[in-house]
Design a protein around this ligand. Structure first.
Ligand code: FES
Ligand code: FES
Length: 178
């Protein structure tokens, strides 16, 4: 079968690639685009190491043909930090000791992000369900769950701080008027 030319939108940038039509998304991300944060392990949808977001939802990129990702937004682990600033979920993983060898971590973080984007205040069982398709051979999962459950609290605190700051500023402005 002949190679095909496609354009993939990854982390907000368009990448033209020429590939065999059977090439999977994880292969193209790693081998054509050099985005090796996404890991490839079982290659059959069992381990979650290759999890990326496709149009905002976590998917196993070893089960997606790259040609089928055309016209969709792909986000990889490289796309969630801002420069040198880690994403709050990555920070939470670090703080909670949820990383050992780190091989599962990008997939875990992307699965956690899928959950937290939809539900910023998940329960313990929500968090367990969200990473049920991701295998970790090192941590025993509890630290990962703890990390996921600390992220919403941090986000809520940030929002509260902004709210508190706004109301404080409002009160000061009121005081000046009086
Ligand atoms: S490499 Fe895709 S699920 Fe394991
Ligand atoms: S930290 Fe090693 S596999 Fe999860």
């Amino acid at each position: 079968m002949k190679d095909v030319e496609i354009i993939l939108n990854v982390n907000g940038r368009n990448y033209p690639v020429r590939i065999p039509p059977w090439r999977t998304l994880v292969e193209v991300l790693r081998e054509n685009l050099g985005l090796v944060g996404t890991k490839k392990s079982c290659n059959e949808g069992e381990c979650g190491a290759c999890t990326v977001h496709l149009d905002g939802r976590p998917v196993a990129s070893c089960l997606v043909l790259a040609v089928d990702a055309q016209g969709k937004e792909v986000v990889t682990i490289e796309g969630i930090s801002e420069g040198e600033n880690l994403h709050p979920i990555q920070e939470a993983f670090l703080k909670s000791g949820a990383i050992q060898c780190g091989f599962c971590t990008p997939g875990m973080v992307m699965s956690a992000k899928g959950l937290l984007d939809e539900n910023p205040e998940p329960t313990l069982s929500d968090a367990r369900r969200a990473i049920s398709g991701n295998l970790c051979r090192c941590t025993g999962y509890q630290h990962i769950i703890n990390a996921i459950l600390t992220v919403p609290k941090g986000r809520k605190d940030q929002r509260s701080e902004v709210r508190d700051q706004r109301s404080e500023n409002g009160e000061r402005a009121e005081g000046r008027k009086r």
